[in-house]
Design a protein around this ligand. Structure first.
Ligand SMILES: Cc1cc2nc3c(=O)[nH]c(=O)nc-3n(C[C@H](O)[C@H](O)[C@H](O)COP(=O)(O)O)c2cc1C
Length: 200
């Protein structure tokens, strides 16, 4: 898949087919993360891949989903993720720009997943202490984010925003993600401050 195609096709997916993802494919997602840019090239990341059936439910219990949608946003039985990547900061590495580094690595993972037909959800609402206990994460590691994975069981589409940035689901359960229009975020040589008004 062409890079721009993957960027535009990638959408957060929160409902998944109950079909396992082969470990070799999960490994390739980490390979994509490995090549991400990193401030000072310090690469503070490590990745714990979870696909053991006995761990999936305990990990799920630490995550929150789609705040704008309320309980409807949470995957139901039969549509929960089939794997997770727990993104860890090895705190022995004193990174210059950890947040940016993790963002870059995670986006590489999400794009590589899209290329392989795998849906993903980058999750920041994590009960980190509880998850650390479940997974036995030592104190010199912190959990940054969790990425939920699985083959998609829902349709999600991006569209130009029309007055709200809140994602929503239509009557057919299609998930809509408003994106700011190009003319609202692109400046050329000088900052055009009336852009947002002009764009109604
Ligand atoms: C840093 C970060 C944290 C996020 N945390 C959550 C989360 O806790 N739960 C969730 O369901 N989605 C989470 N998301 C997914 C966003 O809701 C999603 O990216 C956004 O709605 C835009 O949709 P898109 O990814 O399809 O473009 C997070 C995304 C980012 C970048």
């Amino acid at each position: 898949m062409d890079v721009m195609e993957a960027i535009k096709k990638r959408r957060t997916i929160r409902r998944f087919q109950q079909k396992p993802i082969p470990f070799d494919i999960l490994k390739e997602l980490i390979e994509a993360a490995r090549f991400a840019p990193s401030g000072g090239n310090l690469q503070p990341w490590e990745f714990l891949v979870i696909d053991d059936k006995n761990l999936l439910e305990p990990v799920f219990s630490t995550l929150a989903w789609a705040a704008y949608l309320g309980p409807e946003g949470q995957p139901k039985e039969g549509e929960k993720p089939v794997a997770y990547i727990v993104v860890l900061h090895n705190k022995k590495v004193k990174a210059f720009t950890p947040e940016a580094d993790f963002g870059a690595a995670i986006e590489n993972i999400l794009l590589a997943a899209t290329d392989k037909g795998i849906g993903s959800c980058w999750i920041g609402s994590v009960q980190r202490e509880k998850l650390s206990k479940i997974l036995g994460i030592p104190a010199d590691y912190s959990i940054e984010y969790v990425i939920a994975l699985g083959y998609p069981a829902e349709q999600a589409i991006a569209e130009d925003e029309k007055g709200s940035l809140k994602y929503w689901r239509d009557e057919n359960s299609v998930h809509h993600v408003p994106k700011r229009k190009l003319q609202c975020i692109l400046h050329h040589n000088k900052l055009g401050l009336d852009k947002n008004k002009k764009d109604d």
